[in-house]
Design a protein around this ligand. Structure first.
Ligand code: ADP
Length: 174
């Protein structure tokens, strides 16, 4: 089955989904942007679990995903994935961004997640061009078939991303 895809504008920390995805950095120790917002709102439980993961397996590689509980957030889990920093090796960078979505979705399936929420990974500090990142995000989740996940929600934080995502989703729906 293909999960339904929704686009909303808002703050991902407020979303009541089974899992929310964090655009983390490889240290897993928090940072700015959506990462900072998730750790601030979720409380220290998330950081403690991230530190435990680091002690077990070291840093999280770009394109990979790990999970923790969601602490004080309304979600059940936070899936932390590390987006690629935009650079000139376009093909490699495209693939790594698609990996973030695929690996997060696969991990979510193992957790029995029915609804999952993504931010616009890599489009903040990591400078991935928004339109391109949106295309990769929509295409990748579109191709993901699942017997477990029912709904995938993109939470856009700014008007520009909301417009891009809505336009892309409409185009693909035709
Ligand atoms: P990256 O390092 O992957 O670029 P950022 O956190 O800098 O991560 O940005 C990723 C995206 O998350 C950006 O589009 C940014 O506007 C968005 N963002 C920032 N805060 C939030 C939030 N609270 N909820 C949802 N999206 C957010």
């Amino acid at each position: 089955m293909k999960p339904t895809i929704e686009i909303i504008k808002g703050d991902i920390t407020k979303i009541n989904a089974d899992a929310i995805v964090n655009a983390a950095n490889s240290s897993l120790l928090g940072g700015g942007g959506v990462d900072g917002a998730i750790h601030r709102a979720g409380g220290k439980q998330i950081l403690e679990q991230c530190m435990a993961i680091r002690n077990r397996q070291g840093k999280c590689k770009t394109g990979e995903a790990v999970f923790t509980s969601a602490g004080n957030l309304p979600a059940k889990y936070v899936i932390h994935t590390v987006g690629p920093i935009w650079n000139n090796d376009e093909e490699k960078t495209f693939k790594l961004l698609a990996d973030c979505y695929n690996h997060s979705l696969k991990l979510a399936e193992t957790l029995g997640v029915k609804t999952i929420t993504f931010p616009n990974i890599s489009t903040g500090v990591y400078r991935f061009p928004k339109e391109l990142a949106g295309k990769i995000a929509i295409e990748t989740v579109r191709n993901f078939k699942s017997e477990v996940i029912e709904k995938i929600i993109f939470v856009c934080f700014d008007d520009e991303n909301e417009e891009i995502y809505k336009k892309l989703l409409e185009q693909k729906n035709k």
